[in-house]
Design a protein around this ligand. Sequence first.
Ligand code: CMC
Length: 392
Amino acid sequence: TGLVTLDPGFGNTAACSSAITYIDGDAGILRYRGYPIEQLADKANFLEVSYLLIYGELPTATEYADFAERVSRHTMLDEDLRQFFSGFPRNAHPMPVLSSAVSALSTFYQDTLNPRDDEAQELATVRLMAKLPTLAAYTYKKSIGQPFLYPDNSLGLVENFLRLTFGVPAEEYGLDPEIVRALDLLFILHADHEQNCSTSTVRLVGSSEANLFSSISSAINALSGPLHGGANAAVMDMLEEIKASGGDVDSFVRRVKNKEAGVKLMGFGHRVYKNYDPRARLVKNVADTIIGKLAGGDELLDIATALEERALSDDYFVERKLYPNVDFYTGLIYRAMGFPTHFFTVLFALGRLPGWIAHYREMVHDPATKIGRPRQIYTGAAERSFVPMEQR
Ligand code: CMC
Protein backbone atom coordinates (compact mmCIF):
# COMPACT_ATOMS: atom_id res chain seq x y z
CA THR A 1 0.00 0.00 0.00
CA GLY A 2 3.05 2.30 0.01
CA LEU A 3 4.03 4.95 2.51
CA VAL A 4 1.13 6.75 4.16
CA THR A 5 1.78 10.17 5.75
CA LEU A 6 -0.34 11.47 8.61
CA ASP A 7 -1.55 15.01 7.95
CA PRO A 8 -4.51 15.89 10.21
CA GLY A 9 -6.63 18.68 8.76
CA PHE A 10 -4.70 18.38 5.47
CA GLY A 11 -2.47 21.26 6.55
CA ASN A 12 0.24 20.16 4.14
CA THR A 13 -1.50 18.12 1.49
CA ALA A 14 -2.65 19.46 -1.87
CA ALA A 15 -5.58 17.36 -3.06
CA CYS A 16 -5.89 18.97 -6.49
CA SER A 17 -4.52 21.58 -8.86
CA SER A 18 -6.68 24.66 -9.33
CA ALA A 19 -6.60 27.78 -11.50
CA ILE A 20 -9.37 29.63 -9.64
CA THR A 21 -8.07 31.39 -6.55
CA TYR A 22 -4.60 32.37 -5.40
CA ILE A 23 -3.80 33.03 -1.74
CA ASP A 24 -0.47 34.09 -0.26
CA GLY A 25 -1.20 33.74 3.44
CA ASP A 26 2.05 35.29 4.62
CA ALA A 27 1.66 38.39 2.50
CA GLY A 28 -2.13 38.63 2.95
CA ILE A 29 -2.87 38.40 -0.77
CA LEU A 30 -6.08 37.06 -2.34
CA ARG A 31 -6.80 36.95 -6.08
CA TYR A 32 -9.67 35.46 -8.06
CA ARG A 33 -8.46 34.28 -11.48
CA GLY A 34 -5.49 36.62 -11.09
CA TYR A 35 -7.46 39.75 -10.16
CA PRO A 36 -6.68 41.25 -6.71
CA ILE A 37 -9.68 41.09 -4.38
CA GLU A 38 -9.32 44.82 -3.67
CA GLN A 39 -9.89 45.68 -7.35
CA LEU A 40 -12.85 43.33 -7.70
CA ALA A 41 -14.41 44.70 -4.50
CA ASP A 42 -14.00 48.23 -5.78
CA LYS A 43 -15.00 47.85 -9.42
CA ALA A 44 -17.03 44.69 -10.04
CA ASN A 45 -20.37 43.38 -8.89
CA PHE A 46 -21.16 39.96 -7.43
CA LEU A 47 -22.74 38.47 -10.54
CA GLU A 48 -19.77 39.62 -12.62
CA VAL A 49 -17.36 38.05 -10.10
CA SER A 50 -19.45 34.87 -10.14
CA TYR A 51 -19.06 34.73 -13.91
CA LEU A 52 -15.32 35.28 -13.54
CA LEU A 53 -14.96 32.44 -11.04
CA ILE A 54 -17.14 30.00 -12.94
CA TYR A 55 -16.01 30.69 -16.52
CA GLY A 56 -12.46 31.94 -15.91
CA GLU A 57 -12.68 35.39 -17.54
CA LEU A 58 -14.45 38.65 -16.81
CA PRO A 59 -17.60 38.80 -18.97
CA THR A 60 -17.94 41.20 -21.89
CA ALA A 61 -21.03 43.41 -21.74
CA THR A 62 -22.95 40.93 -23.93
CA GLU A 63 -21.83 37.91 -21.93
CA TYR A 64 -22.79 39.66 -18.70
CA ALA A 65 -26.22 40.65 -19.98
CA ASP A 66 -26.84 37.12 -21.20
CA PHE A 67 -25.74 35.54 -17.91
CA ALA A 68 -27.78 38.02 -15.84
CA GLU A 69 -30.85 37.33 -17.96
CA ARG A 70 -30.48 33.56 -17.72
CA VAL A 71 -30.06 33.75 -13.96
CA SER A 72 -33.05 36.06 -13.53
CA ARG A 73 -35.27 33.68 -15.53
CA HIS A 74 -34.68 30.86 -13.04
CA THR A 75 -35.35 32.64 -9.74
CA MET A 76 -38.80 31.10 -9.18
CA LEU A 77 -39.25 27.85 -7.34
CA ASP A 78 -41.49 24.99 -8.31
CA GLU A 79 -44.69 25.44 -6.25
CA ASP A 80 -44.16 22.02 -4.68
CA LEU A 81 -40.77 23.18 -3.47
CA ARG A 82 -42.45 26.16 -1.81
CA GLN A 83 -44.61 23.70 0.14
CA PHE A 84 -41.45 21.94 1.28
CA PHE A 85 -40.80 24.68 3.84
CA SER A 86 -43.95 23.74 5.80
CA GLY A 87 -42.25 20.52 6.81
CA PHE A 88 -39.85 22.26 9.18
CA PRO A 89 -40.46 23.76 12.62
CA ARG A 90 -40.62 27.55 12.61
CA ASN A 91 -37.63 27.82 14.95
CA ALA A 92 -35.46 25.57 12.73
CA HIS A 93 -31.96 26.86 12.06
CA PRO A 94 -31.93 28.10 8.44
CA MET A 95 -28.71 26.29 7.44
CA PRO A 96 -30.10 22.72 7.61
CA VAL A 97 -33.31 23.93 5.97
CA LEU A 98 -31.26 25.49 3.16
CA SER A 99 -29.08 22.43 2.65
CA SER A 100 -32.18 20.21 2.58
CA ALA A 101 -33.83 22.47 0.03
CA VAL A 102 -30.73 22.39 -2.19
CA SER A 103 -30.60 18.62 -1.86
CA ALA A 104 -34.26 18.56 -2.92
CA LEU A 105 -33.36 20.44 -6.12
CA SER A 106 -31.92 17.18 -7.43
CA THR A 107 -35.42 15.69 -7.23
CA PHE A 108 -37.03 18.60 -9.11
CA TYR A 109 -34.39 19.03 -11.81
CA GLN A 110 -33.53 15.50 -12.80
CA ASP A 111 -32.54 16.69 -16.28
CA THR A 112 -29.41 18.41 -14.93
CA LEU A 113 -27.81 15.75 -12.75
CA ASN A 114 -25.20 14.24 -15.07
CA PRO A 115 -21.76 15.72 -14.26
CA ARG A 116 -20.41 14.61 -17.66
CA ASP A 117 -23.05 16.54 -19.61
CA ASP A 118 -21.73 20.10 -20.04
CA GLU A 119 -25.06 21.50 -21.14
CA ALA A 120 -26.80 20.01 -18.14
CA GLN A 121 -24.10 21.42 -15.86
CA GLU A 122 -24.59 24.83 -17.40
CA LEU A 123 -28.30 24.73 -16.61
CA ALA A 124 -27.68 23.39 -13.10
CA THR A 125 -25.24 26.27 -12.54
CA VAL A 126 -27.77 28.90 -13.58
CA ARG A 127 -30.54 27.24 -11.58
CA LEU A 128 -28.45 27.24 -8.42
CA MET A 129 -27.27 30.83 -8.82
CA ALA A 130 -30.89 31.88 -9.38
CA LYS A 131 -32.65 29.77 -6.78
CA LEU A 132 -30.33 29.87 -3.77
CA PRO A 133 -31.26 33.51 -2.94
CA THR A 134 -34.96 32.63 -3.23
CA LEU A 135 -34.53 29.54 -1.04
CA ALA A 136 -32.50 31.53 1.49
CA ALA A 137 -35.13 34.27 1.70
CA TYR A 138 -37.88 31.65 2.17
CA THR A 139 -36.06 30.08 5.14
CA TYR A 140 -36.28 33.52 6.73
CA LYS A 141 -39.93 34.11 5.80
CA LYS A 142 -40.82 30.72 7.20
CA SER A 143 -39.03 31.52 10.48
CA ILE A 144 -41.05 34.69 11.07
CA GLY A 145 -44.33 33.41 9.68
CA GLN A 146 -44.61 35.90 6.83
CA PRO A 147 -45.91 34.99 3.36
CA PHE A 148 -43.41 34.09 0.64
CA LEU A 149 -43.02 36.66 -2.11
CA TYR A 150 -42.46 35.77 -5.76
CA PRO A 151 -39.18 37.02 -7.24
CA ASP A 152 -39.24 40.18 -9.35
CA ASN A 153 -37.08 39.63 -12.40
CA SER A 154 -36.67 43.33 -13.08
CA LEU A 155 -34.36 43.36 -10.05
CA GLY A 156 -30.74 42.27 -9.81
CA LEU A 157 -29.65 39.28 -7.75
CA VAL A 158 -28.93 41.11 -4.50
CA GLU A 159 -31.93 43.47 -4.84
CA ASN A 160 -34.22 40.52 -5.43
CA PHE A 161 -32.84 38.70 -2.42
CA LEU A 162 -33.29 41.72 -0.12
CA ARG A 163 -36.86 42.26 -1.32
CA LEU A 164 -37.75 38.56 -0.97
CA THR A 165 -36.30 38.62 2.56
CA PHE A 166 -37.58 41.90 3.96
CA GLY A 167 -40.47 42.83 1.65
CA VAL A 168 -44.15 42.04 2.32
CA PRO A 169 -46.91 41.65 -0.27
CA ALA A 170 -48.92 44.54 1.21
CA GLU A 171 -46.51 47.27 0.23
CA GLU A 172 -43.67 48.23 -2.09
CA TYR A 173 -40.24 47.41 -0.73
CA GLY A 174 -37.91 50.41 -0.76
CA LEU A 175 -34.42 49.28 -1.71
CA ASP A 176 -31.54 51.24 -0.21
CA PRO A 177 -28.75 51.40 -2.85
CA GLU A 178 -26.08 51.64 -0.14
CA ILE A 179 -27.26 48.42 1.48
CA VAL A 180 -27.48 46.69 -1.89
CA ARG A 181 -23.91 47.73 -2.69
CA ALA A 182 -22.60 46.73 0.75
CA LEU A 183 -24.20 43.28 0.61
CA ASP A 184 -23.01 42.80 -2.98
CA LEU A 185 -19.48 43.65 -1.85
CA LEU A 186 -19.65 41.22 1.06
CA PHE A 187 -20.79 38.49 -1.33
CA ILE A 188 -17.76 39.27 -3.55
CA LEU A 189 -15.44 38.92 -0.56
CA HIS A 190 -16.94 35.52 0.26
CA ALA A 191 -17.15 34.23 -3.30
CA ASP A 192 -14.18 31.87 -3.19
CA HIS A 193 -11.31 30.89 -0.95
CA GLU A 194 -9.71 27.87 -2.64
CA GLN A 195 -9.66 24.58 -0.71
CA ASN A 196 -11.46 25.58 2.51
CA CYS A 197 -13.59 23.01 4.38
CA SER A 198 -16.83 23.50 2.42
CA THR A 199 -15.13 23.74 -0.99
CA SER A 200 -13.10 20.61 -0.27
CA THR A 201 -16.43 19.02 0.64
CA VAL A 202 -17.82 19.92 -2.79
CA ARG A 203 -14.81 18.27 -4.37
CA LEU A 204 -14.87 15.19 -2.15
CA VAL A 205 -18.60 14.58 -2.58
CA GLY A 206 -18.45 15.47 -6.29
CA SER A 207 -15.47 13.17 -6.85
CA SER A 208 -17.84 10.23 -6.47
CA GLU A 209 -19.76 11.73 -9.43
CA ALA A 210 -22.56 12.82 -7.12
CA ASN A 211 -24.51 15.63 -8.81
CA LEU A 212 -23.92 19.36 -8.36
CA PHE A 213 -26.99 19.93 -6.14
CA SER A 214 -26.01 17.12 -3.76
CA SER A 215 -22.43 18.39 -3.60
CA ILE A 216 -23.51 21.96 -2.84
CA SER A 217 -25.98 20.74 -0.24
CA SER A 218 -23.09 18.97 1.51
CA ALA A 219 -21.00 22.14 1.29
CA ILE A 220 -23.74 24.11 3.05
CA ASN A 221 -23.59 21.62 5.91
CA ALA A 222 -19.80 21.87 6.05
CA LEU A 223 -20.05 25.65 6.12
CA SER A 224 -22.47 25.64 9.04
CA GLY A 225 -19.90 24.83 11.75
CA PRO A 226 -18.57 27.62 14.01
CA LEU A 227 -14.96 27.07 12.93
CA HIS A 228 -15.95 27.80 9.32
CA GLY A 229 -18.93 29.87 8.10
CA GLY A 230 -20.70 29.64 11.44
CA ALA A 231 -17.97 31.90 12.84
CA ASN A 232 -19.84 35.04 11.77
CA ALA A 233 -22.71 34.17 14.11
CA ALA A 234 -20.33 32.94 16.82
CA VAL A 235 -18.56 36.32 16.77
CA MET A 236 -21.86 38.03 17.46
CA ASP A 237 -22.63 35.70 20.38
CA MET A 238 -19.14 36.42 21.76
CA LEU A 239 -19.60 40.20 21.49
CA GLU A 240 -23.02 39.97 23.16
CA GLU A 241 -21.47 37.94 25.97
CA ILE A 242 -18.73 40.55 26.50
CA LYS A 243 -21.33 43.33 26.43
CA ALA A 244 -23.43 41.52 29.05
CA SER A 245 -20.36 41.31 31.28
CA GLY A 246 -20.03 45.10 31.18
CA GLY A 247 -17.78 45.26 28.08
CA ASP A 248 -14.77 43.78 29.87
CA VAL A 249 -12.50 42.99 26.90
CA ASP A 250 -9.44 42.30 29.07
CA SER A 251 -11.00 39.53 31.10
CA PHE A 252 -12.34 37.88 27.93
CA VAL A 253 -8.88 37.93 26.34
CA ARG A 254 -7.47 36.44 29.56
CA ARG A 255 -9.93 33.54 29.30
CA VAL A 256 -8.89 32.97 25.66
CA LYS A 257 -5.20 32.97 26.58
CA ASN A 258 -5.82 30.57 29.45
CA LYS A 259 -7.42 28.28 26.85
CA GLU A 260 -10.54 27.96 28.93
CA ALA A 261 -12.58 25.13 27.43
CA GLY A 262 -14.49 26.33 24.39
CA VAL A 263 -13.28 29.94 24.65
CA LYS A 264 -11.62 31.20 21.48
CA LEU A 265 -11.43 34.63 20.00
CA MET A 266 -14.01 33.96 17.29
CA GLY A 267 -13.33 35.76 14.01
CA PHE A 268 -9.58 35.54 14.64
CA GLY A 269 -7.04 33.18 13.12
CA HIS A 270 -6.88 31.34 9.84
CA ARG A 271 -5.27 28.18 8.53
CA VAL A 272 -3.69 30.02 5.60
CA TYR A 273 -3.45 33.71 6.54
CA LYS A 274 -0.62 34.41 8.94
CA ASN A 275 -1.13 38.11 8.31
CA TYR A 276 -4.13 40.43 8.22
CA ASP A 277 -6.88 38.76 6.13
CA PRO A 278 -7.23 41.12 3.14
CA ARG A 279 -11.00 40.53 3.18
CA ALA A 280 -11.21 41.65 6.82
CA ARG A 281 -9.65 44.99 5.92
CA LEU A 282 -12.32 45.60 3.28
CA VAL A 283 -15.10 44.41 5.59
CA LYS A 284 -13.95 46.81 8.30
CA ASN A 285 -14.42 49.75 5.91
CA VAL A 286 -17.97 48.63 5.12
CA ALA A 287 -18.67 48.16 8.84
CA ASP A 288 -17.63 51.70 9.64
CA THR A 289 -19.91 53.26 7.00
CA ILE A 290 -22.95 50.95 7.16
CA ILE A 291 -23.14 50.68 10.92
CA GLY A 292 -22.70 54.43 11.34
CA LYS A 293 -25.45 55.05 8.80
CA LEU A 294 -27.98 52.39 9.80
CA ALA A 295 -27.61 51.92 13.50
CA GLY A 296 -26.22 55.33 14.39
CA GLY A 297 -23.28 53.45 15.89
CA ASP A 298 -23.35 50.14 17.68
CA GLU A 299 -21.87 49.42 21.09
CA LEU A 300 -20.87 45.99 19.81
CA LEU A 301 -18.74 47.65 17.11
CA ASP A 302 -16.89 49.54 19.83
CA ILE A 303 -16.35 46.28 21.72
CA ALA A 304 -15.13 44.58 18.53
CA THR A 305 -12.71 47.43 17.80
CA ALA A 306 -11.36 47.35 21.37
CA LEU A 307 -11.04 43.57 21.19
CA GLU A 308 -9.10 43.76 17.93
CA GLU A 309 -6.73 46.42 19.27
CA ARG A 310 -6.21 44.47 22.48
CA ALA A 311 -5.49 41.21 20.63
CA LEU A 312 -3.17 42.71 18.03
CA SER A 313 -0.91 44.07 20.76
CA ASP A 314 -0.88 40.88 22.84
CA ASP A 315 2.00 38.39 22.67
CA TYR A 316 -0.35 35.39 22.59
CA PHE A 317 -1.89 36.55 19.30
CA VAL A 318 1.30 38.06 17.87
CA GLU A 319 3.33 34.88 18.42
CA ARG A 320 0.66 32.72 16.84
CA LYS A 321 0.10 35.17 13.99
CA LEU A 322 -3.60 35.47 14.75
CA TYR A 323 -5.33 38.33 12.93
CA PRO A 324 -8.98 39.18 12.33
CA ASN A 325 -10.45 37.05 9.54
CA VAL A 326 -13.34 37.83 7.19
CA ASP A 327 -15.92 36.90 9.82
CA PHE A 328 -14.83 39.30 12.55
CA TYR A 329 -16.84 42.32 11.40
CA THR A 330 -19.38 40.87 8.95
CA GLY A 331 -21.94 39.94 11.60
CA LEU A 332 -22.13 43.52 12.84
CA ILE A 333 -22.94 44.67 9.31
CA TYR A 334 -25.57 41.97 8.76
CA ARG A 335 -27.14 42.91 12.07
CA ALA A 336 -27.27 46.59 11.11
CA MET A 337 -28.98 45.51 7.86
CA GLY A 338 -31.68 43.74 9.89
CA PHE A 339 -30.65 40.08 9.59
CA PRO A 340 -31.00 37.93 12.73
CA THR A 341 -27.80 36.27 14.00
CA HIS A 342 -28.81 32.71 13.09
CA PHE A 343 -29.22 33.84 9.45
CA PHE A 344 -25.64 35.15 9.04
CA THR A 345 -24.15 31.90 7.83
CA VAL A 346 -26.82 31.67 5.11
CA LEU A 347 -25.42 34.96 3.77
CA PHE A 348 -21.98 33.38 3.68
CA ALA A 349 -23.44 30.47 1.68
CA LEU A 350 -24.98 32.86 -0.86
CA GLY A 351 -21.63 34.54 -1.33
CA ARG A 352 -19.64 31.29 -1.54
CA LEU A 353 -21.94 29.59 -4.07
CA PRO A 354 -20.11 30.66 -7.27
CA GLY A 355 -16.82 29.44 -5.79
CA TRP A 356 -18.31 26.04 -4.96
CA ILE A 357 -19.76 25.76 -8.47
CA ALA A 358 -16.45 26.81 -10.07
CA HIS A 359 -14.58 24.12 -8.13
CA TYR A 360 -17.11 21.42 -8.98
CA ARG A 361 -16.86 22.26 -12.67
CA GLU A 362 -13.07 22.47 -12.59
CA MET A 363 -12.92 19.08 -10.88
CA VAL A 364 -15.26 17.46 -13.38
CA HIS A 365 -13.11 18.66 -16.28
CA ASP A 366 -9.76 17.82 -14.69
CA PRO A 367 -8.44 14.55 -16.18
CA ALA A 368 -6.41 14.04 -12.99
CA THR A 369 -9.57 13.82 -10.86
CA LYS A 370 -9.99 10.58 -8.93
CA ILE A 371 -12.48 9.68 -6.27
CA GLY A 372 -11.42 11.31 -2.98
CA ARG A 373 -10.34 8.61 -0.62
CA PRO A 374 -7.89 9.59 2.17
CA ARG A 375 -5.83 6.92 3.88
CA GLN A 376 -5.46 6.38 7.63
CA ILE A 377 -3.01 5.18 10.23
CA TYR A 378 -4.70 2.28 11.99
CA THR A 379 -4.37 2.40 15.81
CA GLY A 380 -6.86 -0.27 16.87
CA ALA A 381 -6.46 -3.77 18.27
CA ALA A 382 -4.24 -6.35 16.58
CA GLU A 383 -5.95 -9.51 15.34
CA ARG A 384 -7.86 -11.33 18.09
CA SER A 385 -10.32 -14.20 18.25
CA PHE A 386 -14.05 -13.81 18.56
CA VAL A 387 -15.43 -14.43 22.08
CA PRO A 388 -19.01 -15.80 22.28
CA MET A 389 -21.36 -13.50 24.21
CA GLU A 390 -21.83 -15.82 27.19
CA GLN A 391 -18.06 -15.84 27.76
CA ARG A 392 -17.55 -12.03 27.73
N1 CMC B 1 -8.49 32.19 19.48
C1 CMC B 1 -7.52 31.77 20.32
N2 CMC B 1 -6.51 30.96 19.96
C2 CMC B 1 -6.46 30.58 18.67
C3 CMC B 1 -7.43 31.00 17.73
C4 CMC B 1 -8.46 31.84 18.18
N3 CMC B 1 -9.42 32.26 17.32
N4 CMC B 1 -7.14 30.47 16.53
C5 CMC B 1 -6.01 29.75 16.70
N5 CMC B 1 -5.61 29.81 18.00
C6 CMC B 1 -4.40 29.22 18.57
C7 CMC B 1 -4.56 27.71 18.75
O1 CMC B 1 -5.10 27.44 20.02
C8 CMC B 1 -3.14 27.25 18.59
O2 CMC B 1 -2.46 27.55 19.79
P1 CMC B 1 -1.29 26.55 20.36
O3 CMC B 1 -0.18 26.65 19.35
O4 CMC B 1 -0.96 27.10 21.71
O5 CMC B 1 -1.91 25.18 20.42
C9 CMC B 1 -2.56 28.16 17.53
O6 CMC B 1 -3.33 29.38 17.63
C10 CMC B 1 -2.66 27.63 16.11
O7 CMC B 1 -4.04 27.38 15.84
P2 CMC B 1 -4.63 26.08 15.13
O8 CMC B 1 -5.87 25.68 15.85
O9 CMC B 1 -3.56 25.07 14.93
O10 CMC B 1 -5.01 26.71 13.72
P3 CMC B 1 -5.89 26.04 12.61
O11 CMC B 1 -5.29 26.43 11.32
O12 CMC B 1 -6.09 24.59 12.86
O13 CMC B 1 -7.33 26.72 12.79
C11 CMC B 1 -9.11 28.26 12.65
C12 CMC B 1 -7.77 27.80 12.04
C13 CMC B 1 -9.70 29.31 11.73
C14 CMC B 1 -10.07 27.06 12.72
C15 CMC B 1 -8.85 28.83 14.05
O14 CMC B 1 -8.00 29.95 13.97
C16 CMC B 1 -10.12 29.18 14.78
O15 CMC B 1 -10.75 28.34 15.40
N6 CMC B 1 -10.57 30.50 14.72
C17 CMC B 1 -11.83 30.88 15.29
C18 CMC B 1 -12.99 30.51 14.37
C19 CMC B 1 -13.05 31.39 13.15
O16 CMC B 1 -12.98 32.62 13.24
N7 CMC B 1 -13.25 30.77 11.98
C20 CMC B 1 -13.41 31.48 10.71
C21 CMC B 1 -12.25 31.26 9.80
S1 CMC B 1 -12.23 32.38 8.39
C22 CMC B 1 -13.68 32.13 7.47
C23 CMC B 1 -14.01 30.69 7.22
O17 CMC B 1 -13.18 29.90 6.79
O18 CMC B 1 -15.18 30.36 7.39
